[in-house]
Design a protein around this ligand. Sequence first.
Ligand SMILES: NC(=O)c1ccc[n+]([C@@H]2O[C@H](COP(=O)([O-])OP(=O)(O)OC[C@H]3O[C@@H](n4cnc5c(N)ncnc54)[C@H](O)[C@@H]3O)[C@@H](O)[C@H]2O)c1
Ligand SMILES: [Zn+2]
Ligand SMILES: [Zn+2]
Length: 361
Amino acid sequence: MAQQVKAVIARAKGAPVEVTTIVVPDPGPGEAVVRIQACGVCHTDLHYREGGINDEFPFLLGHEAAGIVETVGEGVTEVAPGDFVILNWRAVCGQCRACRRGRAQYCFNTHNAKQRMTLLDGTELSPALGIGAFAEKTLVAAGQCTKVDPQAEPAVAGLLGCGVMAGLGAAINTGGVGRGDSVAVIGCGGVGGAAVMGSRLAGAARIIAVDIDDRKLEKALALGATHTVNSRTTDPVEAIRELTGGNGADVVVEAVGRPETYKQAFYARDLAGTVVLVGVPTPEMTLELPLLDVFGRGGALKSSWYGDCLPSRDFPMLIDLYLQGRLDLGAFVTETIELDGVEQAFARMHEGDVLRSVVVF
Ligand SMILES: NC(=O)c1ccc[n+]([C@@H]2O[C@H](COP(=O)([O-])OP(=O)(O)OC[C@H]3O[C@@H](n4cnc5c(N)ncnc54)[C@H](O)[C@@H]3O)[C@@H](O)[C@H]2O)c1
Ligand SMILES: [Zn+2]
Ligand SMILES: [Zn+2]
């Protein structure tokens, strides 16, 4: 039977979010209902609220979540009621041209639940990134549930569902950071901070954190940066070159999503090095670079969707490393809050003093 639960919605562009009652249908074929235990507040939730993603209001916000599978629909075999799962926003199809070539991390046809959750009056909700987890329960495609070790703290595990995975994966999966490499990370919020942590995990010898906010640089040091550069006061390209014997870094991760920081990344990398764009630009932004420099500097200019992760491969592995004390994912949880604290958490995100606020149910 359909259930009524409390959830956070964005009803109209720019309007404060509100806690309301929503209707969650029973799972249909290939779907699952998950009881949410924790859900982080991500910049993308704010983008939805501000109409920056699309106009399909009302949105059911929240997408960095972990919880317990409550019920599954017909034909679901990958998870069962009682499983502890992290929700992912790229459930791979297994059949598109990327999947068929064994590159499921690029799946071009990821999917979500087919049924819609609604308001009490029947208005259909648009769940953020096909998840919608600022809710006591949510409906997703079963493939969006990735089973991990239930000993993990839900507030920590949920963060792998978006920003932390995107940053870790940008360094490790997309950038291919390895032992002895030099890495620079431009923009050290939740995503860039995770790129710093991923670089340390992969054995990078030099990890240079760049931000315009000293508080973020301090956090980056705690996450594994070996050097910091405040690019408000210091030219980051010069500084990164100086710190790498005059050459530039092997891998530069851009975690802001702006043309000027992309250019910094492009010129702060060594010859034949790699630039990874994980920050998300807005539609009006364009980039101009001398084509001769693009050719002459060689190497690779890559973009990273969701850290090029494969949830079924990466989530359980990273949770195991965290449980073994080898990956301090807990460092990203700045505060835990209640469901009615999301609007205030948006304000704190703007002030720049949190990596992540996490709603705990
Ligand atoms: N590719 C993906 O799959 C993916 C997934 C999640 C988030 N993202 C994107 O990653 C980006 C970062 O997300 P976040 O959650 O870390 O945001 P955030 O707001 O927590 O962090 C952004 C950081 O960039 C810094 N910054 C801003 N302007 C700068 C500049 N000119 N130079 C240097 N630093 C600057 C800020 O001080 C802040 O520390 C966003 O664009 C977000 O949309 C991408
Ligand atoms: Zn596919
Ligand atoms: Zn997110």
